[in-house]
Design a protein around this ligand. Structure first.
Ligand code: PHE
Length: 334
């Protein structure tokens, strides 16, 4: 009987080698290990054996059964894993791995960076945790100036704060790099703000600063236009309004016609049809002085592009909170 078992085992293993699909394997299993299978029949015969033989043969029979069951399971797994790869077919379309994508903010940031780099601007980064001096004082906003109140601020200890705008880098850059200077500084900014469809406590700006001899408003407008056509790849209606910021003189608000509603009025443009996109202006002489630059010799312009707004316009996103939500249903669309 022991011999019979060994032979049966050999035979099963041989047949297993030819197993290519699950059906074949399942049939094979029934044939040998099933209720009326060959191995099962042998096991049934064990009880008819002589008393002294029973334990030895019984043990062996059970071992063989266990071993074969394991091999069946393993083979099944291998067949499943290699399904469809039996033969190489050069005409099959390639399989594409699922890949993540850049956040829409990052995508637009890169586009703007590219447009500015072509105009000779460099890209800089700076601290999000800032001192009162660089965020306010050096921008001609002294302590107790009411302009501080318009930027709801997250104050920290020791006169530090979460920067309320990327303008915190203006004087830092002038101090560090001197003139002539051409740079942009994209980044995250923070406001102590109640959130709704068009406000969030955390959003992104992209500051631009150009200081050189004989820089005027014409240069500012030319650069703004180059930027907008690069980002939107189409003509966008814009308007310039006077705007007040203590660190520019004269100062402007550059608005673009709302692309979400095409000027009809919606939650993004607060029903006005226009969206404030880019406050800008000529750098105030006091700011140049804070940066160690002589305002009689040099002039410049600065702008604070609302990167978050730009993304919302470009992709017609009607709720700013989606951008920070981390919601995959939103992110997978980019
Ligand atoms: N820093 C200003 C803001 O966040 C925008 C601005 C930047 C205005 C540069 C003029 C020049 O509101």
């Amino acid at each position: 009987m022991e011999k019979k078992l060994e032979e049966l085992k050999k035979q099963i293993l041989k047949e297993l080698e030819t197993a290519k699909d699950s059906q074949f394997l399942a049939d094979l299993k029934v044939k040998y290990l099933g209720r009326k299978g060959e191995l099962t029949n042998i096991l049934k015969e064990v009880k008819n054996l002589a008393k002294e033989e029973k334990p030895k043969v019984g043990k062996l029979a059970n071992e063989v059964k266990q071993e074969l069951t394991d091999i069946f399971t393993k083979t099944e797994r291998i067949i499943k894993q290699t399904k469809g790869t039996k033969a190489f077919d050069a005409t099959m379309p390639g399989t594409k791995k699922k890949q993540g994508s850049l956040h829409p903010l990052t995508q637009v940031q890169y586009e703007v960076e590219e447009a500015f780099t072509k105009l000779g601007f460099s890209v800089y980064d700076g601290p999000q945790l800032e001192s009162d001096f660089y965020n306010f004082t050096s921008l001609n906003i002294p302590e107790d100036h009411p302009a501080r109140d318009t930027q709801d601020t997250f104050w920290l200890e020791n006169n530090h704060l979460l920067r309320t705008h990327t303008s915190n880098l203006q004087v830092r850059m002038l101090e560090k790099h001197g003139v002539p200077f051409r740079g942009i500084f994209p980044g995250r900014v923070f406001r102590y703000e109640a959130t709704d469809a068009s406000h969030d406590h955390t959003f992104h700006q992209l500051e631009g600063l150009m200081v050189d001899k004989d820089i005027n408003i014409g240069n500012l407008i030319a650069v703004m236009k180059a930027l907008l056509s690069a980002v939107f790849q189409t003509d966008v209606d814009v308007r310039l309004r006077p705007g007040f910021f203590p660190f520019v003189e004269p100062g402007f608000e550059l608005d673009i016609k709302c692309l979400v509603c095409e000027g009809k009025g919606c939650s993004v443009c607060k029903q006005s049809g226009w969206v404030e996109l880019m406050p800008c202006g000529m750098v105030h002489p006091e700011v140049l002085k804070f940066g160690g630059i002589d305002p009689n010799e040099y002039s410049g312009f600065a702008f604070g592009l609302g990167l978050t707004r730009l993304v919302m316009m470009k992709y017609r996103i009607d709720d700013i909170r989606l951008l920070q939500s981390g919601d995959l249903r939103f992110l997978k669309q980019f």
